[in-house]
Design a protein around this ligand. Structure first.
Ligand SMILES: [Zn+2]
Length: 260
């Protein structure tokens, strides 16, 4: 493992533009349940309908009542997200950004933990639970600032319909985050995959695109995934355990002037 960490650190320090893609496995050690798989929220409560977004547009009041239902699954989920704290893996990624090695994080997580731990350049491709967004002009608001006394809430900028920033089934990826991701993936000559099997599009296309343009993939996660075979290097371990080791190895290389 030590050797693999050193090799990964060497790659990260030498590549020009490292983008990190994180998924549900990044957050489990912060106590956040995944949506899919064993113990997943949808596994227990059932997956939302695939036309969820169309239902929201047709009946936004029902969407909001469901979201605000005190005993509902969403209240429970959002409360858990509010209490969650970043772990050492989040902190390590933030440190790797500060030293200029990781340029950008694309996350499929909605939990806000990358920002909470100090990462700055982050695209939340599936939205952020702590925000709401106008579906007409794309303006985002803090969830607590949205007046839900009259449903559905309307955008103060354009009077458009406001929903949670969390992307639901059938909803297009918000234009700004979609564009940022495309731009970042085009720049990337290395992608660090953490806790994701990258099986959900559009994120599923990103690692493939990096490989096709000659870039490298490093996977961090406890289990093999569908993209393991595409990766030049695999670090088998959890995010909270592996990322701090990797960040230490990177910092040691930089301190010793080993880069480039
Ligand atoms: Zn608006």
């Amino acid at each position: 493992m030590d050797e693999a960490i050193e090799r990964a650190a060497e790659i990260l320090v030498n590549q020009h533009y490292v983008v990190c893609l994180t998924g549900a496995g990044m957050s489990v050690e912060s106590g956040i349940r995944p949506f899919r798989g064993p113990g997943g929220i949808w596994t227990e409560h059932g997956q939302p309908p695939l036309d969820d977004y169309r239902r929201f547009v047709r009946d936004p009041v029902a969407y909001w009542k469901n979201l605000l239902e005190p005993s509902g699954i969403y209240r429970e989920l959002y409360q858990a997200l509010e209490q969650a704290q970043p772990h050492r893996g989040h902190d390590a990624l933030a440190a790797l950004e500060r030293c200029g090695v990781v340029r950008y994080i694309i996350t499929q997580n909605i939990d806000d933990l990358h920002r909470k731990s100090g990462s700055v350049h982050v695209s939340e491709i599936h939205g952020n639970y702590s925000l709401c967004r106008c579906i007409s002009c794309g303006t985002r608001f803090k969830r607590m600032d949205v007046d839900v006394s009259l449903l559905p809430p309307r955008c103060p900028v354009c009077s458009g319909l406001v929903k949670s920033d969390v992307v639901i089934f059938g909803e297009p990826i918000p234009e700004d985050s979609g564009r940022e991701c495309v731009e970042q993936v085009e720049c990337a000559d290395c992608m660090l995959l953490v806790g994701t099997s990258a099986c959900v599009y559009p994120a599923a296309g990103f690692p493939k695109q990096v490989v096709e343009s000659g870039g490298m993939l490093i996977e961090i996660g406890p289990h093999p995934t569908e993209i393991t075979d595409l990766c030049q290097l695999v670090l088998r371990g959890t995010a909270a355990k592996t990322l701090p080791l990797l960040a230490d190895a990177v910092h040691a290389r930089i301190a010793n002037g080993k880069q480039k």
